[in-house]
Ligand binder design. Sequence first.
Ligand code: ADP
Ligand code: ADP
Ligand code: MG
Length: 651
Amino acid sequence: MFNKILIANRGEIACRVIQTAKALGIATVAVYSDADANARFVKLADEAYRLGPAPAAESYLRADRILAIAQQSGAQAVHPGYGFLSENEDFAAACEAAGIAFIGPPASAIAAMGSKSAAKALMEKAAVPLVPGYHGDDQDPALLQKQADAIGYPVLIKASAGGGGKGMRIVEKSEDFSPALASCQREARASFGDDKVLVEKYLTKPRHVEIQVFADKLGGCVYLFERDCSVQRRHQKVLEEAPAPHLPQATREAMGQAAVAAARAVGYVGAGTVEFIMDVASGQFYFMEMNTRLQVEHPVTEMITGQDLVAWQLAVAAGGALPLKQDQLAIRGHAIEARIYAEDPDKGFLPSTGALVHLATPVESANVRIDTGVEQGDAISPFYDPMIAKLIVWGETREAALRQMDAALAQYQIVGLSSNVSFLRRIVNHPSFASGHVDTGLIARHHDDLLPPPAAPSAKQLALLALAEALAQQAPYPAAAGWRLNGGQTRRFAFRLDEEEYSATLRHQADGFVVFVDGQSLPARAQLQGSQLLAVLDGSTIKATVARHGALRVLFENSERLALEWVDPYAYTELGVHGETHLKAPMPGRVVALLAEIGKKVAKGSPLLILEAMKMEHTITAPGDGVVQDFYFAAGEQVNDGDELVDFAAE
Ligand code: ADP
Ligand code: ADP
Ligand code: MG
């Protein structure tokens, strides 16, 4: 076994690898960018070395520097995590050439599976079932169009080098193919430096079921069952579970064997995932791609098998045999993972950046696990994936796991940036997810249930917010002291949600307050300690959390979250500027394309500019009929959050 390893990654996966290394008595070396100098993984590692500035190209993708640090620090192996260099065959080969073990498959296996097109060609030979489609080398647009017409619509255009749900376009009809191809190629070139695509039949009601495989250098190869990752948005996984609900045992075995065949066909070593797409109606499954690394959602497999997959990776990379044989592996209970992201589900899942001003997490136990790279006070930067944490739960049954997940999500409190916690909770509680009859269209189909408009605050919530506000402001608010002496004074506290104003009025009395809200008058007593509010309202005792961040007030009470803006009665008012249209960058990113002509009339809603940020393309559209006077940035330029992008004159 190794004495020291280097982790060529960041965030939660770096922490995850360090955790197992520590348990095995292996020293760890972290490498970090300037954005991560104070990150949790840097603190956890035994040694840490700076790579360079924040952008991945200047830090986590600098293979040369990482290798030099590995040699300098005496690390015997490199764990690449996922993303970054994990599926980079040149890096794997360079490690081996430098006499440092790459904790992953041989470069040849990464290469074989690196292109979705080439992988499909290989799998065809290994008799692994494929989605009908075209995955050839000829990329003539006319030929691709002909292939798509022959496959029959809808079809899916996919970047061969794609990943992370990026570089995919669904095409519903022949006329739409050509613009979709151009846009797919543009994204593929920008994200993967390669615009090769494949075209395949788009299954309209599929499940995503993937198999965890593991192989050693001694010829052993097993599968550690499946994970269902059907709950997705924009082809990105949101919730994952193991085992896949309602999967017949015969199908599980057939998929497991197909996955092992796929791995063997490329001389695989280490942890890998063979992803299949399964037609819900027929139950038929087809090879989609193989990810030649540890997967984000590996913890659900660990929870149902009782195995530590990072420990397996280390054992295999050091030349050892797989810890268990196929017939020694079994499924126990049910596990679910929720990816907690810094994003705003109400704004089309726009990634959110900023500091985790307030962060409270559920208590971890044998059944509740949190894999994360951040702590309260840390920031989610625009440079990397906006994942905050993975919440993983286990139960004897799926029902028990669902209950655990709901309870754990209810305890997850995040303030300072937008997160998808409430959205995840609504999915977990939705009857269609609870039934286990999942498919990749679940989120889109139940969009309105899963993303309801924010509910108006209740009288109780307003009362609690007003109490917390009064107590929090007491110190800098000398008049409050007077309240105690004189029982007659009242103060109104107003809050804003979606342009609506709500309020509660407090009257201070010798023994507490009376809250006037919604036509009721409720006797109350309250204490505030930091963000913890303990109140007795109308006879019932209530424990709540009220986080304050600028004007934002977030109340967590009875597993409900409510966010509003406190309306400061003494605030300076800004003079409104009218008649100007601001088209600002919603987040830091890069301008990919300018879509309107300067001086030409455009209609409301027309696309003006495409911005790429945090792995996604965002289209900036015309706010009304009008004319683009100027673009402030050219394609390829970097913009900051809030930068004016377009000078637009509305009609
Ligand atoms: P998984 O099924 O394991 O989630 P994904 O393909 O979604 O696999 O991506 C895994 C991780 O790798 C994600 O966290 C994502 O941020 C990262 N990733 C994917 N593609 C890229 C890329 N081109 N560059 C950097 N990181 C990437
Ligand atoms: P990535 O490398 O980005 O993970 P995949 O090929 O694994 O790309 O596909 C990602 C997701 O896109 C799948 O999980 C599935 O939801 C959807 N998808 C992929 N291929 C098809 C298809 N042929 N029909 C329907 N959905 C598909
Ligand atoms: Mg995939």
